[in-house]
Write a protein that binds this ligand. Structure first.
Ligand code: BES
Ligand code: ZN
Ligand code: ZN
Length: 500
């Protein structure tokens, strides 16, 4: 399997524009029995009749059918209600009322639209966007459709592949491709995160990462243990000392746009621990469950590189995909070990379960030595971040305070929300070591998510840097437009951030 194949298979669906699709479904009135018709009804809640006026203006015969249904139910839409019913010829008709809301709320609304069609036999859903001027609404609907077509990894007999679906968007000049590609990238993150730990081993994660080089304009190189030794990446190497999987290392992937001379260069760094046992500080109780998802940061970097290529971003992206596993064995690293990172800083190991920051210390040193315009790293780094803000938001940190407004705004506008945490130097006081330049973490207590961020900041030099602690990558019941717990958080946020 290559990552490009995974990009294709993780989404069992496609979109087509009503204008282009060669006469198959040119108007909503000709929709066949296997179809569903979806009508967004944008209305002003302050005007009493505004939503009913809109329904009346729908194309016949859907307007009459809809009004009949609305009257029978004595239905009055609230801000973002969805009304779904069967029309003539077994059509599913969905009226999606919308009268404003944040991007997050709009994505959540779009999720309910496609949930309403869950049991439907419709192979194609025709979205009447002929009068839709609101880009946010269209983006939300296309994105929610695409993530509803997610086809995850399934092992064994129970696996039932969802039938591919098509969303036909009627309307002029709608920019829907970007929304589709971005949501497909989200599905890639979900897929990789859900894969079982014995399936997505370090070797497979490395090979998938390297397979990106098959794309034109994308280059990939692998820094194995041996090469990392030459670079004195002692922090990274400490974590992988206990494993003999030959796939561990750092995959550096560079994307260049086909056209023009790019003016900017962004480095994206991911935490990719295919399984986190904690190592010598072995995780106890139920804390080890789910730790095959500890590679979500690297999955996100890979998906973003795919997206950069698909959408031909006009800047260079340098991906640093860390590939590791944190296992327990006779050669595993131990508390009080002292190691030297590739930027020369010595680190006293305190807890082998804080492996993410060790991997990132060297990956960030490497990324910053190339002096990019910005570094963004993504990591399922700390339980403390989850305890601080829960799983509906991710934590954001930066060494450039003035960037916080932009970072926050990217979260608000993309609907993938982040919350800022401080990065003041006194958070580093607790990391003073008797024997080394810095301690990896404290033995217990404190605000580990903030202290971990302080630790990471010591490895980026002066390069502007944003750190995202992915506390929201798994949220019970789904998040925004994504209906599953593992939600692939981060594609939309990063896209929005990099646009800024
Ligand atoms: N991968 C975990 C963090 C994590 C735990 C993320 C649960 C999401 C859900 C990380 O490697 C870890 O174990 N961190 C420790 C750090 C501590 C030892 C300082 C933690 O948070 O307990
Ligand atoms: Zn850990
Ligand atoms: Zn971890």
């Amino acid at each position: 399997m290559t990552l490009i194949q995974l990009f294709e298979t993780a989404t069992a669906g496609e979109i087509s524009s009503g204008k282009i699709s060669s006469g198959k479904v040119s108007t909503i009135t000709k929709a066949s029995a296997t179809q569903a018709a979806l009508f967004p009804i944008i209305f002003d809640p302050k005007k009493k009749t505004s939503w009913k006026d809109r329904v009346e203006k729908l194309p016949a015969p859907w307007n009459a059918l809809a009004l009949k249904r609305i009257d029978a139910l004595k239905f009055k839409p609230k801000k973002r209600d969805v009304l779904s019913f069967e029309g003539e010829n077994l059509h599913n008709i969905v009226l999606a009322f919308w009268s404003g809301g944040s991007a997050f709320e709009t994505l959540g609304w779009a999720r309910t639209v496609f949930q309403a069609l869950k049991g439907s036999k419709a192979k194609a859903i025709t979205l009447d966007a002929t009068h839709l001027k609101n880009g946010i609404v269209l983006d939300a609907l296309v994105s929610a459709f695409t993530v509803s077509c997610y086809r995850g990894p399934k092992y064994g007999k129970k696996s039932k592949a969802p039938k591919p679906k098509t969303l036909v968007v009627l309307g002029k000049n709608h920019e829907i491709n970007g929304s589709f590609e971005s949501a497909r990238a989200t599905n890639v993150v979900r897929y990789l995160t859900e894969m079982a730990g014995n399936d997505l081993t370090p070797t497979l994660l490395r090979d998938l990462s390297l397979s990106l080089a098959k794309l034109p304009g994308v280059k990939a190189t692998f820094l194995s243990k041996k090469e990392l030794e030459k670079k004195n990446a002692g922090a990274f190497l400490a974590v992988v000392r206990g494993t003999d999987d030959p796939g561990v290392g750092i995959v550096k992937i560079t994307y260049r746009p086909k056209k023009g001379t790019p003016k900017k260069r962004v480095a994206l760094v991911g935490k990719g621990v295919t399984f986190d046992t904690g190592g010598n500080n072995l995780k106890t109780g139920g804390h080890m469950l789910g730790m095959h998802g500890d590679m979500g940061g690297s999955a996100l970097v890979l998906a973003l590189l795919l997206l950069a290529h698909q959408c031909q971003w006009d800047f260079v992206v340098e991906g640093f995909v860390t590939v590791a596993e944190n296992v327990l064995g006779p050669t595993s690293y131990r508390p009080n070990d002292v190691v030297t990172a590739s930027n020369g800083k010595t680190i006293e190991v305190i807890d082998t379960d804080a492996e993410g920051r060790m991997l990132l210390a060297d990956a960030l040193s490497l990324a910053s030595s190339n002096k990019p315009d910005l570094i963004v790293d993504f990591a399922t780094l700390t339980g403390a971040c989850v305890r601080a803000i829960g799983t509906a938001y991710s934590g954001a940190f930066t060494n450039k305070r003035r960037h916080f407004a932009k970072i926050r705004r990217a979260g608000v506008e993309s609907g993938e929300r982040v919350w800022p945490f401080p990065n003041d130097p006194d958070y580093g006081d607790c990391l003073k070591s008797e024997i080394a330049d810095i301690k990896q973490c404290r033995a217990s207590g404190g605000s580990d998510h903030i202290e971990a961020s302080y630790f990471l900041s010591q490895f980026v030099g002066k390069v502007p840097w944003v750190h995202i602690d992915l506390s929201s990558c798994e949220n019970e019941g789904g998040l925004a437009h994504v209906p599953s717990k593992v939600n692939g958080f981060g594609v939309r946020f990063t896209q929005s951030l990099l646009e800024k």
